[in-house]
Design a protein around this ligand. Structure first.
Ligand SMILES: [Zn+2]
Length: 243
């Protein structure tokens, strides 16, 4: 007997799917943005209440995030925000730092005056956000600047590898900005490499870029291993029972 698929209801699955997709997106942003720290317990009842959804779409959302490596399920403890090892972080940033060094070298050989103008505007906008203390927006602009430089390299292979690494490390990158001292230090590093780019000093600019990304990696690695001055409000969200 063949199932007649045309008789299946269409409205309910669409509604369900949108709830599910929204829950996935919101939770992903909360984890990547650092609102939910590694090791934090994801209590189903609390999340259902927060999003005003039932358990089924929530569980499906958590399964999607499990596949993405953002959520881990433990027997008897349920879903927990995945933890990351400091070694993994350091290794990711070692590669990222050198990719961005090469990207900037290539970008400087290839970028036009209009590209430089746009890069300077992005930088100024980021500094504005920093001045206003808008951490999340500033972080996003910082992220955009790094991606823009890689795009300006004109090397699709490099861009591809970089994009994969950036999405894997985006979540931990944010930790670095939770440290107030690192935030201002990182902004000063941006000022320095933007100056070198405007001076057309490719060797200096690319070295400064590499060091900037390596420094972020070191700080994030320290945060992950619990040796940094990250904000207490963030740490309090972590499950004390988590290892
Ligand atoms: Zn940066």
């Amino acid at each position: 007997m063949e199932t007649d698929r045309t008789t299946l209801p269409t409205k309910r699955p669409l509604r369900w799917r949108s709830l599910h997709a929204e829950a996935v997106e919101t939770l992903r942003e909360m984890i990547i943005g650092g609102e939910l720290a590694p090791g934090a317990r994801l209590v189903e009842a609390e999340l259902c209440a927060l999003f005003a959804i039932s358990r089924t779409p929530l569980r499906e959302a958590l399964r999607v995030l499990e596949v993405e490596g953002l959520v881990t399920f433990y027997p008897n403890r349920g879903a927990v925000v995945s933890t990351i090892s400091p070694e993994e972080v350091v290794q990711q940033f070692e590669v990222l730092a050198n990719l961005e060094r090469i990207a900037l070298e290539l970008a400087m050989a290839r970028m036009k005056a209009a590209d430089l103008g746009r890069l300077n505007r992005m930088h100024n906008r980021m500094m504005d956000l920093y001045g206003k203390g808008q951490r999340r927006e500033c972080f996003q602009k910082d992220y955009d600047i790094h991606n823009r430089i890689v795009a300006l390299s004109g090397n699709a292979v490099l861009q591809d590898i970089h994009a994969g690494l950036m999405s894997r490390s985006r979540r931990v990158r944010y930790f670095a900005l939770h440290s107030k001292s690192r935030w201002s230090e990182a902004m000063a590093e941006h000022v320095a490499f933007i100056q070198a780019i405007n001076d057309r000093d490719a060797a200096r600019a690319s070295t400064l870029m590499r060091d900037h990304v390596l420094r972020t990696g070191t700080l994030v690695g320290e945060f992950v291993s619990g040796r940094s001055d990250a904000s207490p409000d963030m740490l309090s969200r972590a499950d004390p029972a988590a290892e």
